[in-house]
Design a binder for this molecule. Structure first.
Ligand SMILES: [Fe+2]
Ligand SMILES: [Fe+2]
Length: 199
């Protein structure tokens, strides 16, 4: 998943690399949430405002870019792997079912997390119970994503790289390009005055 304002021009001819890049962005958002949880615990009002800016950015990232990343996997990658009739494709089948189930769990977790964030007071007056709950939910999200991303990066994507044809990879990339079209336009507009750098 890509971020507006970042100096990164995605290369849709390498869609599997882009999916890994999206995971790095997910991990960055989870780290930002963990830092925000620490700041909230300290209770500095200036930092509280900064913490909420990071929390809001992370929630938006998962709600907008996260949804598209899931679609990139479920609609543009997994169906192509399922069509494969190789033994490696069979190995990926069980993993993909598990990953899709985890995507639904992630959606529930984010729904609950977003609702909880909305309920938090933003003036630094959150009580210990609320701060503890925020820290726990943030830690649960990180613990949830770690094995999910590991399985995708280290099992499913490498299998896809081995068994999908150049044509299938190209088609996957073009579907993803279409899915991200509006965000890409914003990235391009923002990047007009900066040099394109990966990541
Ligand atoms: Fe996934
Ligand atoms: Fe993923």
């Amino acid at each position: 998943m890509f971020q507006i304002n970042q100096r990164f021009i995605p290369d849709f001819t390498k869609p599997l690399d882009l999916l890994v890049h999206c995971h790095e962005n997910i991990e960055r958002q989870l780290e930002a949430l963990a830092r925000a949880a620490e700041v909230r615990r300290v209770g500095d009002s200036l930092n509280t405002a900064q913490a909420f800016a990071a929390i809001d950015a992370a929630c938006k990232h998962f709600a907008v870019a996260g949804i598209r990343h899931t679609a990139d996997e479920e609609e543009s990658l997994f169906p192509r792997l399922r069509k494969s009739e190789t033994s490696a494709g069979d190995e990926a089948l069980a993993a993909m079912s598990e990953l899709e189930s985890q995507h639904r769990t992630a959606e529930d977790m984010h729904r609950q997390f977003d609702e909880f964030v909305l309920s938090l007071p933003r003036d630094g007056s959150a009580d210990t119970r609320e701060l503890d709950s925020f820290g726990e939910m943030t830690a649960e999200l990180a613990a949830f994503y770690r094995p999910h991303i590991f399985m995708e990066n280290n099992l499913v994507f490498p299998i896809a790289g081995r068994i999908l044809s150049d044509g299938e990879i190209h088609a996957q990339g073009e579907e993803m390009r279409e899915r991200w079209k509006d965000i890409l336009q914003k990235i391009n507009a923002t990047a007009a005055n900066v040099s394109p750098l990966p990541g």
